[in-house]
Design a protein around this ligand. Structure first.
Ligand SMILES: Nc1nc2c(ncn2[C@@H]2O[C@H](COP(=O)(O)OP(=O)(O)OP(=O)(O)O)[C@@H](O)[C@H]2O)c(=O)[nH]1
Ligand SMILES: [Mg+2]
Length: 443
């Protein structure tokens, strides 16, 4: 899939800065550099030069030449470091284009790096995630993916999977080696191990996705229980109006915050109850939508009122998500029963219990995985891992219960295909286009 166009783009962020970089990649890079500078730079050495087009001086700065294959894209790359103003950089880019390059599309440099085997698809996605990460934890997770932490785990599983395929294909092809291969306990165990390993990786990837895209937390409950007061605790601001009038919040209120380094979108909602008020009804409808969309639900109960009544009023709602039940207003009452693991007492008024709430949220997100070593992931990876797991489960069933060797071979082949798509083997051009077009220009 060799690409013959030479591409160029401003690689630094739009706006004003001390230095701005134009990146050029492709066969004509060196030739374009010579046209603009009259110089032939040595590999990986910074040299100072004028940048001229048709004898007109545009700017001066540094040239660096990265000959293929030792460059980000794997092609010949020239970087021109000029002054970082948008007008001057655009003039320089236009000159580069007139000398034979074309404007790069979004993500095209990374796409070429992928096509030239410099990075796999997970790493290419990690670059975009690193750039757009909103907290330190998320950035470090993306960095670990970029360094190959996630890809290595996938390769290790692929290796096991391929070994199993080799074994079963050989067993099918040479039946004269008359042993009942499907009764082979060692291979059965290997398949079960594989199942467990993929399951564990899936759970790590799910956490990685939360770190990457952020966790959506919805605050729900009946009117006046203190939902908006709790939102304000999280934002450390008077974000939502708090009043003793039931039905104060009618709309959805969203704020981006971070809890111990994890990006969180926290959402306050209208109190759920039966009402004739049209505006409130719409608010309640939206609150219920949040209940479906959020990753974690905080169900707020006013502990100074009838607790069982409130619980039963909310009982019909789809709380199938990870849920924390908060007995609020602990300063004026107390919940006398034993608290379960996902329950706690809080006073939004005094802040007492808030640390515990934050810790519970963090524990819920990082249940069995250590955030310090987690890597970033995307929903695309999760769905491929889920498919792989499904294929393996079917393979196990066909192996152990049905004793159907041919079917097991096909299931394992499909599992390998699902898994390989994560790092980018066997992907369609459409999918690649979709992934890379979401990148920024110059990356
Ligand atoms: N004593 C005490 N009062 C609280 C506490 N939390 C909230 N309140 C009071 O309860 C009332 C309702 O608080 P809000 O935060 O507006 O409750 P809400 O659930 O958002 O209410 P709606 O938006 O109407 O659904 C206000 O008068 C708050 O001051 C608490 O922990 N202790
Ligand atoms: Mg409110």
């Amino acid at each position: 899939m060799k690409n013959h166009d030479t591409i160029a783009a401003i690689a630094t962020a739009p706006g004003v800065g001390g230095v701005g970089i134009i990146r050029i990649s492709g066969e004509k890079s060196l030739d374009i550099c010579q046209q603009l500078t009259n110089k032939s730079p040595k590999p990986r050495q910074a040299i100072f030069s004028n940048f001229k087009h048709k004898k007109k001086l545009i700017d001066e700065g540094i040239i660096i030449y990265f000959p293929n294959p030792y460059s980000f894209t794997g092609e010949d790359v020239i970087e021109l470091q000029a002054h970082g103003g948008p007008v001057i950089l655009n003039m320089l880019l236009q000159a580069v284009i007139k000398c034979g390059a074309r404007q790069a599309q979004a993500g095209e440099f990374s796409q070429r790096a992928f096509l030239n085997d410099k990075i796999d698809l997970v790493q290419a996605e990690a670059i975009a995630d690193l750039i757009s990460s909103s907290t330190e934890q998320a950035a470090m997770a993306a960095q670990r993916s970029l360094q190959g932490d996630f890809s290595k785990k996938i390769s290790a599983i692929l290796k096991q999977l391929i070994a199993l395929r080799v074994w079963i294909e050989a067993a099918i092809d040479f039946p004269e080696e008359e042993i009942d291969f499907l009764a082979d306990k060692l291979q059965q165990r290997k398949m079960q191990d594989l199942h467990q390993t993929i399951k564990h990786l899936l759970s790590q990837a799910q956490q990685g996705e939360l770190l990457n895209k952020g966790v959506m937390i919805g605050i729900v409950g009946q009117p006046n229980v203190g939902k908006s007061s709790i939102l304000n605790l999280f934002t450390r601001n008077e974000t939502a109006i708090v009043s003793d009038i039931a039905g104060t919040t009618r709309d959805i209120i969203k704020e981006n915050i971070n809890i111990q380094g994890i990006p969180v979108l926290i959402i306050d909602t209208a109190g759920i109850h039966i009402t004739e008020d049209k505006v409130e009804q719409e608010g309640i409808k939206r609150a219920k939508q949040i209940l479906q969309q959020a990753d974690i639900i905080l169900q707020i109960i006013d502990s100074s009122k009838n607790i069982e009544q409130q619980k039963s009023n909310l009982a019909d709602l789809p709380f199938n998500k990870r849920k924390i039940t908060i007995y609020n207003k602990s300063d004026i009452s107390s919940y006398n029963s034993q608290l379960a693991d996902n329950e706690l007492e809080l006073s939004a008024k005094t802040g007492c219990g808030f640390d515990l709430l934050e810790n519970k949220i963090i524990n819920m997100i990082s249940k069995e995985n250590n955030i310090e070593s987690s890597f970033s992931a995307r929903s695309r990876h999760i769905s491929q891992l889920q498919k792989t797991l499904e294929n393996i489960s079917i393979a196990e069933h066909n192996f152990i219960n049905n004793q159907a060797g041919e079917l097991v071979a096909e299931d394992l082949r499909q599992a390998q295909e699902s898994l390989s798509q994560i790092t980018g083997e066997f992907n369609s051009d459409d999918l690649l286009g979709e992934i890379f077009s979401s990148f920024c220009i110059g990356k």
